[in-house]
Design a protein around this ligand. Structure first.
Ligand code: S6P
Ligand code: ZN
Length: 185
């Protein structure tokens, strides 16, 4: 079975799978497309490792993973994950922060967006039917671990088309949740 390095949250072992997301793949997520074009397309935004002890979609199982989001911004918006709701919407999830600083951005079915601060040791429960995305607001990589049901799945389309109702922006050096459509001073 794999092992966890608790200094970083990283997973080790032959069973571990990995994926990486670059700015080039995700630049349309960001408010400031023009600034995204000023950074190299191969700029790493985040990497994910996970252990799936059973196949995706199996009812009653659990997956374990970790995510590392690089520090940086596109314009005033922090590097962040794509964000998703679970394809089986009634599936919940745990996150816990290992290192770095950031925010868990949550949006329920009422489309109200809220944040929970992430710092080492913070433990986050993502309720069912809740879109979730993480932003790195710090100067070093943000590392967190996650545990979720093996039949949760991913719905990215809803985020790509409608997005969250608010974005986390650097406003005078302070991470601030700014409603879509409101003045951005
Ligand atoms: C899976 C869990 C995480 C994310 C990862 C990347 O349910 O929430 O492992 O997949 O943090 O985020 P995203 O939005 O690109 O899947
Ligand atoms: Zn999830």
């Amino acid at each position: 079975m794999p092992s966890v390095d608790w200094a970083t949250g990283s997973l080790h072992g032959p069973e571990v799978r990995e994926s990486r997301k670059t700015l080039g793949e995700l630049k349309t997520l960001f408010l400031d497309h023009a600034s995204a074009g000023n950074l190299p397309a191969d700029t790493l935004l985040y990497s994910v490792q996970w252990w799936a002890p059973m196949s995706e979609g199996t009812e009653g199982g659990l997956f374990w993973g970790n995510t590392v989001i690089e520090p940086g911004k596109v314009g005033r918006e922090y590097f962040m994950t794509q964000g998703h709701v679970h394809a089986k919407g009634d599936r919940a999830e745990f996150y816990s922060t290992v290192d770095g600083a950031g925010a868990l951005i949550l949006m329920g079915p009422d489309r109200k967006t809220r944040i929970e601060p992430m710092q080492p040791g913070s433990l986050h429960y993502i309720p069912a039917h809740t879109a979730h995305r993480v932003a790195n607001t710090g100067a070093k990589p943000l590392r967190f671990v996650a545990c979720w049901p093996s039949d949760a799945g991913y719905d990215y389309e809803i985020i790509r088309t409608r997005g969250f109702s608010a974005r986390l922006l650097d406003v005078n050096g302070v991470p601030t949740l700014v409603d879509e459509g409101s003045p951005r001073g």
